[in-house]
Design a protein around this ligand. Sequence first.
Ligand SMILES: [Zn+2]
Ligand SMILES: [Zn+2]
Length: 123
Amino acid sequence: MVSWVVTANDARPAGKLGECFYCQTPVGYEHRVGCVLRCVPAVAYIRKNDTGEVRQCATIWLVDDPSPFIWEEGNYRCDCNRHLFFNHAGGENDSDDCSCGETAYTVLKIVLEDETVVYEENS
Ligand SMILES: [Zn+2]
Ligand SMILES: [Zn+2]
């Protein structure tokens, strides 16, 4: 069972000591629902649609509502972000030759460490 208790580290350099930088919960208590630190490691299988190549991209999965949202309609919907994930997974440098859109990349699935599939897109 994952615990969401705030640790001293969650204050981040910019935050107030003794509380979560994101949800302002004090150390020792659980992060509030929706806090971005309520997340687990995940792997996104991202396909570059014009070549069909699929890469496994390390990402995180927020356990609360925003996670599907950012992939379906938020920042990670956009090809420019998917392009960055894809390039990183291949050890390539960032390049800005990808313009915004929603057709260049498809996220086939997102899988947690225990193999649970938490997100899929129809391709
Ligand atoms: Zn928090
Ligand atoms: Zn974009």
